[in-house]
Design a protein around this ligand. Structure first.
Ligand code: ADP
Ligand code: ADP
Ligand code: SF4
Length: 608
């Protein structure tokens, strides 16, 4: 086959006992007697270790005709095969390949003392693989998976490059690493005990107390870990990672479950660690406003998730994010997406409003003497609008949703309606051993219709996970299933709490499209609570702003148009955004900078 293509067989999906090897039967080279698709048992020597069962398939990349043929890809009923022409621009050999017909990684990020290096790209593109190599946990095999991998060979490849010194140190086992995992929800399953016990064991630089204070986790340190919320766990995990004294820190997504103020604080603490302590930090992040604030340089990761991934040379953060949004990488001459992702420079004009869905009076609710209390300003919510809900965690957003649903009575003010609400919670617990398709078809009769596929399943990329069990899904997969399940319900009002959590940028944009289209086509009203400002910008028609003191008292303002809403929200946070000259995307201003002061004086925090 053309040297520039690879065949990838997903051994979790290849089920030879449930098909009749149609891939092999139809493969053109096989039909002329060549050995292109064979069974693994037939191919490998008996004493040679190989992955997968002896009846699963192995595709010879030498014989295969490449992507232009692709017959086996179409024939496989389980979507187990991918045949991919690698971009011709990609001239190097892989840095690592997990095996024959397995995932291949090209390129490595460059950790740099004193700097935060960002990685931006989809899930499943090899970011963790790259970090395992940089942490010395795995010797990259340079694509020669049938020979023993050595650091000498890796060093030969990187001699004379920015990575040479770093790799020499990894070879000498001189690099120590601290890492924050992507899925903080898993932490209580690994550590059983009180939060302070976990934290104290990490205090290697005497900075723990400061981190606990600045991240606002002092109130929970005496609680057992398994009683913490996702946002609390995220901040505990961050404190525990940053408090270590290591050479290299790897942070896999810092923003899920954090509100915007907490996100900005987390980004500042990480920057201080790199700058003041001369540490190397590598961070994967999908909230672009925060990534922009956090990183000094940026590697873009692109490719085909699950098949191959390419990590580019470092770019400036501004340029890297701009190119990513444009969908075209200039140095690499690589298109990574057909369309550009764009933002409104000016506040969208107020659209003519549809019929009101509900009109509500001033409301108040207190959970009891000395407990949290909420005041709500009267307002109107319209049919087929997407209402963005912004404000800190613990400020009463779910409390209001519960009152609208009729599950909670206000102390003052009367609600003369009771809405059927489809609700997607922030933390998704769907741990039943049930298949995704069975779960979704139990929610809607539309399941499987072409309409449902176009509107819900395709934009949320559910096809490849339909046959998986709910309890085997990753955080991002679970999020997409939960969004689909909520949109599939029959309801008056759809409330989505943090749909962006654990989705990569592409998936955020696709989820945004799915939610907006659903609202437009169904005259459905959607309330979206989210802390990713880009997602709110792309999604919302109007904004409802919550402020107050988290866990003590909250205040919900009446829904407003985007400009006034953003100004209220961001002035509470004391954050202004400027516009990137080339792409008009919003960027957080440096506090106290000329633009920051000017915008604050003019009261324009977001739109120009
Ligand atoms: P990311 O961190 O970008 O989500 P990973 O580096 O975890 O991506 O994984 C990239 C790909 O490599 C995934 O498709 C995964 O299935 C595959 N992979 C990871 N570990 C192994 C392994 N030990 N053997 C074979 N494939 C693997
Ligand atoms: P948000 O959705 O903005 O994060 P919530 O409405 O869930 O906020 O909670 C606001 C505050 O009310 C929190 O401090 C929470 O602990 C408290 N709270 C929520 N439900 C109850 C309840 N049933 N009893 C007492 N306090 C509660
Ligand atoms: Fe055979 Fe390759 Fe064609 Fe698949 S893509 S049928 S392996 S030649």
């Amino acid at each position: 086959m053309a040297d520039d293509s690879i065949a990838v067989v997903d051994l979790d999906r290849c089920q030879p006992d449930r098909c009749s090897y149609e891939c092999a039967n139809y493969c053109p080279p096989n039909r002329t007697g060549k050995e292109c698709i064979v069974t693994r048992g037939e191919y490998f020597e008996e004493d040679e270790p190989y992955d997968g069962g002896p009846d699963q398939i192995r595709i010879s990349e030498e014989v295969c005709l490449g992507e232009t043929c692709g017959i086996c890809v179409e024939k496989c009923p389980f979507d187990a095969i991918e045949i991919i022409n690698l971009p011709t621009e990609l001239q190097e050999e892989p840095i690592h390949r997990y095996g024959e017909n397995a995932f291949a990684l090209y390129g490595l990020p460059v950790p740099e003392p004193g700097a935060v290096t960002g990685i931006l790209g989809p899930n499943g593109i090899g970011k963790t693989t790259a970090v395992r190599a940089l942490a010395g946990e795995m010797v990259p095999n340079l694509g020669t998976y049938d020979e023993e991998a050595t650091w000498e060979a890796v060093l030969d490849r990187y001699r004379g490059t920015e990575l040479q010194n770093y790799i020499e140190r990894v070879r000498e086992e001189e690099v120590s690493i601290a890492r924050k995992p992507q899925y903080v929800d898993q932490i209580p399953k690994q550590f059983d005990g009180i939060t302070s016990e976990l934290l104290e064991a990490t205090d290697e630089r005497g900075k723990l107390d400061e981190y606990v204070e600045r991240l606002g986790i002092a109130p929970v340190v005496d609680q057992p870990l398994d009683t913490l919320s996702g946002g609390e766990l995220q901040r505990v995990a961050l404190a525990a990672t940053l408090a270590r004294d290591r050479d290299f820190y790897f942070l896999d997504e810092i923003t899920p479950y954090l509100d915007i103020g907490q996100r900005v604080t987390a980004a500042r603490l990480i920057r201080e660690l790199a700058e003041d302590e001369d540490k190397a930090v590598l961070a994967v992040e999908h909230d672009l406003a925060i990534l922009d604030l956090l990183a000094d340089t940026l590697h873009i990761a692109y490719g085909e998730p699950g098949a191959y991934g390419v990590i580019t040379d470092p770019k400036s953060v501004r340029n890297g994010i701009n190119e990513y949004l444009k969908g075209y990488l200039s140095n690499e001459n690589m298109r990574i997406r057909p369309d550009e992702i764009t933002f409104h420079e000016h506040a969208p004009r107020e659209t003519t409003k549809s019929e009101p869905l509900v009109e509500y009076p001033d409301l108040s609710k207190s959970y009891g003497e000395g407990e949290f209390s909420l005041d709500v300003e009267a307002g109107t919510i319209y049919q087929s609008e997407v209402l963005g809900i912004v404000g800190p965690n613990g400020i009463g957003k779910s409390t209001l949703a519960k009152m609208f649903a009729g599950g909670l009575e206000p102390d003052e003010g009367e609600l003369d309606f009771r809405l059927d609400i489809a609700y997607k919670p922030q933390y998704i617990e769907i741990d039943q051993p049930m298949r995704v398709d069975a779960f979704l078809s139990s929610i809607t009769d539309d399941f499987g219709t072409s309409y449902w596929k176009t509107e819900v399943a395709n934009p949320l990329q559910l096809n490849r996970i339909m046959e998986r069990n709910l309890d085997d899904l990753s955080g991002g997969e679970r999020q997409r299933v939960a969004i689909a399940a909520t949109l599939s319900e029959d309801a008056d009002l759809y409330v989505m709490d943090e749909p962006s959590a654990h989705l990569d940028v592409e998936q955020r944009v696709q989820a945004t499209t799915a939610i907006r289209r659903y609202a437009e086509n169904h005259d459905a009203t959607v309330m979206v609570i989210d802390h990713d400002i880009y997602m709110i910008d792309l999604l919302a028609d109007r904004l409802m702003v919550f402020d107050g003191e988290p866990s003590v008292e909250g205040h919900a303002r009446t829904p407003q148009e985007m400009r006034a809403g953003m100004n209220d929200f961001l002035s509470d946070l004391d954050i202004t955004f400027r516009r990137d000259e080339r792409t008009q995307r919003p960027r957080i201003n440096k506090p106290g900078s000329q633009l920051d002061s000017q915008q604050k004086r003019e009261g324009e925090y977001y739109y120009s």
